[in-house]
Design a protein around this ligand. Structure first.
Ligand code: NAP
Length: 522
């Protein structure tokens, strides 16, 4: 149900707004704290006349829980309505047969009990919403659950919880709360206020909120971030017709959904690759990139919303390990997780980067007994050294910063050379794991072209561009080359296998990423 708050400044304007809403929406919320000279009896009967099916909610919000200061006629409304007057208004709403009255949890146990017994005495069908708003922040999901339970305890027919989103990940908490309430068999209205909270307003209804709040074009917003009714309907239409075109990454529980957690994530090709694969695998799910500011909240959201799987990228590959219930032995050895599998709230971490690289190598050569020069000493170099050792190959570390290179070499009991000395060594394969040559620095290479004659095979883990300067130089020297695109696709395919238990459509994924890269490069 979509509800329009009637938060006009005057009684006359409120009457007109009710008239405008009646044909479009399912419910109106009469904000009696804002409509300065509002006559409740007249407003309710105007609503009934305008539409017999439209539900009417009556509320009178405290200024502490409203981001909208009373804007009404200041002559009529000099100060906030007293507590006693509010109670009187709510009792009047019961007598007048409003469908719902909304009373804040902060009104206190006594006031809520009083309204309850008044409803009973009246044998009223008016239902009671107990609401809670935080106009400055979104607390943790655990705190939101506590508030929810406190509201339930009052005997509320419906609970409404609306905090203020400071960052995008706050939306995850309220959406997680909806899932929590649903699990308890309870109805809830939940969303975030504020510009950052828009996604939760759009998602609240499809996610299971009993009501979504919107405004008519030109109507008064009763809280920042409210969307127009048409924007909300368009969102729902998109969601039903073609999931893959839906911009926000949240989708209703039921379908297995997947996310990329990183910061930044805008350039990532993972959503394109994974969504194409999911479609081909006929899996009714969606994969979306999510730029994370607060990893703890994002992980709570994954549990709360039962997101089936996550890819984890820079800068969270290490930090994410603190939020997992179990970590696969390879990921522990690497000290990094790039894949999370959520098995009904139990989160397990894996690393598919090294698997992806090994698979890309195996397509070109056997690893056992061969020597591999790895340029770099970061996370990917570690994954390369780990995989090569595991496959009985012999890594050699070469790095710009000697201390880092030596430390990595010591970890894998292998030789180390400073980058300046790379011309002194030869091996079966050279693997670049630095970011030198990555878009936009496409004319750079980590090594001089002359030394490439020392390697029959040259691998670059960079996939944008798909053929780096290093690979172009290597090709010119007659080396076989392996692009980072291969590693990227194989690590993605390994993720899909972990999430779904099924083989991924490798060729399609490769084609999809290659075509996008070619488009970007042209
Ligand atoms: P990282 O942990 O930051 O390590 C980067 C390494 O590159 C460091 O050892 C650093 O050397 C070296 N380096 C950086 N700039 C350099 C320069 N100008 N000259 C010489 N060495 C330089 O990064 P990472 O997580 O390993 O990622 C590295 C690359 O792998 C990125 O381009 C990433 O996109 C790519 N990657 C690709 C895939 C795939 O699927 N294809 C997967 C994961 C990562 P110092 O120690 O001297 O600082």
């Amino acid at each position: 149900m979509i509800c329009i708050p009637i938060a006009e400044a005057t009684h006359q304007e409120a009457l007109q707004a009710i008239e405008r809403c009646a044909q479009t929406v399912d419910a109106v919320e009469l904000r009696m704290d804002v409509i300065a000279d509002g006559d409740l009896a007249e407003l309710i009967s105007a609503g009934r006349r305008a539409s017999s099916r439209m539900k009417i909610i009556v509320t009178c919000r405290r200024k502490e829980e409203s981001l909208m200061a009373p804007t009404g006629n200041q002559a009529n409304r000099k100060k906030e309505i007293s507590k006693a007057a509010k109670m009187k208004l709510l009792r009047q709403a019961v007598v007048l047969g409003a469908d719902f009255i909304d009373i804040e949890l902060a009104a206190g146990e006594k006031a809520i009990r009083e309204i309850q017994s008044f409803r009973r005495k009246q044998k009223s069908l008016t239902r009671m919403i107990v609401s809670w708003h935080d106009i400055s922040k979104t607390p943790s999901l655990a705190k939101l659950k506590e508030v929810f339970q406190a509201c339930v305890k009052t005997g509320a027919d419906l609970v409404k919880i609306v905090p203020y989103a400071r960052k995008t990940s706050d939306n995850l908490k309220v959406l997680g709360l909806i899932t929590y309430a649903k699990e308890q068999g309870r109805d809830i209205i939940a969303m975030c206020m504020g510009e950052e909270g828009k996604i939760s307003r759009a998602m609240a209804l499809p996610w299971g909120s009993a009501l979504g709040f919107a405004v008519l074009p030109g109507g008064k917003k009763s809280a920042p971030g409210q969307l127009t009714v048409s924007a909300m309907m368009e969102f729902r239409r998109q969601l039903r017709s073609n999931q893959h075109s839906v911009q926000p990454w949240f989708l209703p529980p039921g379908a297995p959904n997947f996310v990329l957690l990183g910061n930044p994530v805008r350039q990532s090709l993972s959503p394109l690759m994974h969504n194409k694969a999911l479609e081909a695998m006929q899996i009714d799910g969606h994969y979306s990139a999510f730029c994370v500011g607060d990893l703890a909240a994002a992980m709570a959201g994954i549990r709360g919303m039962n997101i089936r799987g996550a890819s984890v990228t820079i800068p969270f590959k290490k930090a994410v390990m603190d939020y997992l219930d179990e970590i696969d032995a390879d990921a522990v050895a690497l000290g990094a997780v790039n894949t999370v599998v959520n098995d009904r709230g139990r989160l397990a971490g894996y690393n598919t980067d090294w698997l992806g690289l090994m698979q890309a190598l195996k397509n070109k050569m056997s690893i056992a007994g061969k020597t591999f020069v790895i340029i770099g000493a970061g996370g990917t170099a570690r994954a390369a050294a780990y995989g090569i050792k595991k496959e009985s190959g012999r890594p050699i570390i070469v790095n710009r910063t000697p201390e880092k290179g030596r430390a990595l070499a010591a970890r894998f009991h292998c030789p180390f050379y400073p980058l300046a000395d790379i011309g002194k060594i030869k091996a079966h394969c050279l693997i670049n794991t630095t970011s030198v040559g990555m878009y936009p620095q496409i004319h750079r290479s980590p090594v001089a072209a002359e030394i490439l004659a020392n390697y029959p095979i040259v691998v670059d883990v960079i996939y944008n561009p798909s053929k780096t300067k290093l690979l172009r130089d290597a090709e010119a020297k007659g080396c076989k080359i392996v692009s980072g695109l291969e590693m990227f696709v194989y690590q993605g395919a390994a993720q899909l296998k972990l999430w779904t238990g099924r083989e991924a459509p490798l060729q399609l994924m490769k084609k999809t990423v290659r075509e996008r890269l070619e488009k970007l490069e042209s």
